[in-house]
Write a protein that binds this ligand. Sequence first.
Ligand SMILES: [Zn+2]
Length: 83
Amino acid sequence: MGRKRKRIVRTKPIPTLPIVFDCPLCGTGKSINIEVNRKIKTAVIRCGKCKVQVTRPIRPIEERVDVFGDWLDDLLAEENESE
Ligand SMILES: [Zn+2]
């Protein structure tokens, strides 16, 4: 009697999932794309709608969501300063 082997195929999650965020400047949902370049320790934030492009330095531990959060904090800080 032959034993049937169960073959489990594991699919690894793709590490470069496109994570998109809502743009805080033009208010368009899911229009922000963030490219992280760990080699040069920078991230480029781009909005597909209003074409804003921001390059920010990042720390090695930072993920895209952190980059986005920091950018939002900076935007809010700038707004407070100008008033
Ligand atoms: Zn925008």
